[in-house]
Ligand binder design. Structure first.
Ligand SMILES: Nc1nc(=O)c2c([nH]1)NC[C@@H]1CN(c3ccc(C(=O)N[C@@H](CCC(=O)O)C(=O)O)cc3)C=[N+]21
Ligand SMILES: [Mg+2]
Length: 282
């Protein structure tokens, strides 16, 4: 029987665990604070920021949304980050991506204090993760690791294939699976013989941004399939990188889209804000 990994349901379970954690912090006088900076008014980003705000309120995290017009200068944006870096009420700072072309995203991300970099995109946190000493790590792969853990997937010794090498999913996913003792392969658009690699994968993570890129016939029977894709079809419905219906008949466990990886990304953002707050000393 194929098991559906229900990210939405697991997110609810973890919300309740976080509500308790926040309650304990409040007894110490600590309220976790998350600042989300959005530049411009991209519709998809607005929905995502609103979801984060709602989830924060449910859990008891103080969330501060800061929106700037599309034409804000890089200097102004950096000044806002300086303020938040020094604000004792703020534990986590997230700058919603993508940023406008005239702003150097790399300079902005590197300006965030590594101790408040709740996305885990700062080079210090990237280095810590690859040293198997991660303190704050990217939320999407962390959410995937949490799903694998809570569904009791054995990772050590398994062939894990990640398709996609982005800095927000593929690369940190590889580091986390390596840290968990998988044998890790990263495939990408230049990879030869992808079909052979996919057929050998016990754990398959697909993050390519192409609807139905992987089908049931591609997969090793019994594989665990994690779909990171969030594509919009012609009816504006969300579709994954995996053809769920055919893959479901071959995989032993599989994540749906929506309701799989997406809800867990926000969950891990919240969890890490709480983790940072719990390290406060005063
Ligand atoms: N600095 C930064 N950090 C991010 O983590 C970040 C970002 N910028 N920019 C945009 C993307 C996108 N992203 C999503 C997270 C969760 C869902 C999510 O909850 N999806 C649900 C519902 C989606 C729906 O129905 O529209 C699901 O998959 O079931 C979606 C999108 C985080 N991002
Ligand atoms: Mg740019």
């Amino acid at each position: 029987m194929t098991e559906i990994i229900d990210g939405k349901e697991l997110a609810k379970t973890l919300d309740n665990e976080m509500i308790r954690q926040v309650g304990q912090l409040k007894q110490r006088g600590v309220v976790p604070g998350l600042a989300v900076i959005m530049v411009g008014n991209d519709a998809a980003s607005q929905i995502y920021v609103r979801n984060k705000h709602r989830r924060s309120q449910k859990i008891g995290i103080q969330s501060r949304d800061i929106t700037f017009p599309w034409d804000i200068s890089e200097t102004e944006l950096l000044a806002q980050i300086d303020d938040l870096n020094h604000d004792p009420d703020i534990d986590g700072i997230l700058v919603q991506l993508p940023l406008p072309k005239h702003i150097h995203a790399k300079a902005v991300l590197e300006h965030i204090s590594p101790e408040k970099d709740v996305d885990g995109f700062h080079p210090i946190n990237v280095g810590r993760l690859w040293n198997n000493d991660g303190k704050i790590v990217p939320s999407t792969p962390y959410g995937i690791m949490t799903m694998l853990d809570r569904y009791h997937v054995q990772i050590a010794g398994k062939n894990a294939l990640i398709i996609g090498r982005s800095t927000i999913v593929g690369r940190p996913m590889a580091a986390m699976l390596l840290n968990a003792n998988a044998t890790v392969t990263i495939a990408h658009s230049q990879t030869d013989n992808l079909k052979t690699l996919v057929h050998a994968a016990d754990i398959l993570i697909v993050a390519v941004g192409i609807s139905h890129f992987i089908r049931g016939e591609d997969i090793k029977p019994g594989a665990i399939v994690i779909d990171v894709g969030m594509n919009r079809d012609s009816n504006n419905h969300l579709t994954g990188d995996v053809d769920f219906d055919s893959a479901k008949t071959v995989a032993s466990m599989i994540t749906p889209v929506p309701g799989g990886v997406g809800p867990m990304t926000i969950t891990m953002l919240m969890q890490q804000t709480i983790n940072i707050a719990s390290r406060r000393t005063k």
